[in-house]
Design a protein around this ligand. Structure first.
Ligand code: ZN
Ligand code: ZN
Length: 316
């Protein structure tokens, strides 16, 4: 079977690889749709040891497919249409026992290999974070469950309530997923890009999804006294960000970071795209065959003209 193999920054090749046999608890799927993602584009441009591990390695982590074969003890059967996350918590470590599954000490290595004809879903993910898709849910929407689960984690951490004014900083795919999930909660959402002017009124809550120092600072500046800021877009380790102490102390704002997702967010994400697909379909701006996956990755990374790309649907 054919798969995208990451060799080094800027060097991803489609290669013929040995097909896998599912062992106990594992599920082998035919990939019906994989999605490009800014994290993959970043990994393509400059490497990403956390996401990819040592090269050469399989690539792509947002997927949906049809079960080809399942090992023993699995609740899926050949022909089932499924979508899943790229990790699953162990439910045994300190972080999991505290209920902080996104910080699970066994989260890594993350699953990669969605840019391929077939994907072997390992046992721990198949047991917790792989889900059947209802009839009529197109695979590309199922594949959105991973980034949407991250967004739902961000929304949960913000504490956003129906009727509140929420600012989202960043107009990329995650900014839009956050905005759609907040709108589904009944919030009044304003999405701001880096060139948009600040609104006259401060927000009840602000979610930063631009992944830039200036956006982190702007998020803190735009929240009302007593409001909450969620820092969603990651910055490289070692980055320092300064905030006005007055805002944090005298105006008692809450500032918190979120990373990744828990199984409840993955389930909720599948539920959302099943019930109301329209706002999510709008993110699937491009479509490519597996052989051409480098093109949308280079567009997302800004190596080629972006052409308004949010997510490309990759089909074998
Ligand atoms: Zn992603
Ligand atoms: Zn754990």
């Amino acid at each position: 079977m054919r798969a995208a193999i990451y060799h080094a920054p800027g060097d991803v090749r489609i290669e013929e690889v040995e097909p896998s046999e599912p062992g106990d608890g594992e599920v082998l799927i035919r990939v019906d749709a994989a999605l490009t993602c800014a994290t993959d584009a970043k990994a393509y441009r400059r490497g990403h040891p956390v996401l990819l591990g040592p090269a050469p390695t399989r690539f792509g982590h947002e997927y949906a497919g049809t079960v080809i074969a399942a090992g023993s003890g699995v609740m899926f059967a050949p022909g089932d249409r499924v979508a899943g996350a790229n990790s699953a918590p162990c439910d045994r470590c300190e972080a999991c026992l505290r209920g902080q599954e996104p910080l699970c000490q066994s989260l890594f290595p993350l699953l990669n290999g969605a840019y391929a004809e077939q994907l072997l879903v390992p046992r721990h993910i198949a047991a917790i974070n792989l889900h059947r898709l209802a009839d009529g849910v197109e695979p590309a929407l199922g594949a959105l469950c991973e980034p949407l689960a991250c967004a739902l984690h961000g929304v949960e951490a913000s504490g956003a309530q129906a009727g509140e004014r929420i600012g989202v900083l960043g107009r990329g795919a995650l900014g839009r997923l956050l905005a759609a999930a907040l709108a589904a909660r009944g919030c009044s959402v304003t999405t701001l890009g880096s060139s948009d002017a600040d609104p006259p009124m401060r927000f009840d809550r602000v979610i930063e999804a631009a992944g830039a120092v200036e956006a982190w600072q702007r998020a803190v500046a735009l929240v009302r006294p007593g409001g909450t800021v969620v820092l969603f877009g990651g910055l490289p380790g070692g980055t320092s960000v300064t905030f006005d102490a007055y805002r944090l102390h005298y105006e008692a704002i809450t500032v918190r970071g979120v990373f990744h997702h828990a199984p409840r967010h993955v389930r909720a994400a599948i539920d959302l795209v099943t019930r109301d697909p329209v706002p999510y379909r709008a993110l699937l701006t491009h479509a490519y065959r597996l052989d051409d996956v480098i093109e949308p990755l280079e567009m997302t990374a800004g190596i080629r003209p972006r052409d308004g790309i949010l997510k490309a649907v990759i089909t074998p």
